[in-house]
Write a protein that binds this ligand. Structure first.
Ligand SMILES: [Zn+2]
Ligand SMILES: [Zn+2]
Length: 145
């Protein structure tokens, strides 16, 4: 995923490429693998663009998400996270550090499922919760649930 890829999508949806949007997209592309939250991206963008506000970052992410340019993951117990990978994949979510990684699997045979059932799939969400390699280091036998 490149900045150009998102700029093209933005234009295709009739959205203007403002300086702020560009800065947010650049930060997003650089950190996309982390599934960044608005707050996290705000901290990143602020390094280069002092005047940016958190609400601008929120608003822009919502806008991009509403237009299907990026994907927002809503959570009950933690901040919403965002990603550019709109293809079906599994999320490995660390309960300790809230790290979210993608895992690609051939399991998602959505075309086949649609063909068999006539159901049109517009969204998929698969999550495995547990502990990432970093956080499981201090894994005590059976203590963590
Ligand atoms: Zn972790
Ligand atoms: Zn993902």
């Amino acid at each position: 995923m490149t900045t150009e890829f998102f700029i093209e999508k933005l234009k295709a949806k009739g959205l203007k490429l403002t300086r702020q949007r560009l800065a947010i997209i650049e930060a997003f592309v650089a950190k996309a693998a982390l599934h960044p939250s608005a707050n996290f991206l705000y901290q990143e963008v602020k390094k280069k663009m002092k005047g940016i506000s958190l609400s601008t970052v929120y608003f822009t992410l919502n806008e991009l998400s509403r237009r299907g340019i990026i994907h927002t993951l809503d959570f009950d117990k933690m901040e919403n996270r965002h990603e550019g990978n709109t293809e079906a994949h599994i999320h490995l979510i660390c309960k300790q550090c809230k790290d979210i990684r993608d895992y690609h699997s051939l399991l998602f045979d959505t075309k086949n499922i649609e063909g068999k059932t006539g159901f049109r799939i517009t969204e998929t969400r698969f999550e495995y919760h547990g502990y990432c390699p970093h956080c499981r280091k201090d894994d005590h036998k059976g203590l963590r649930k």
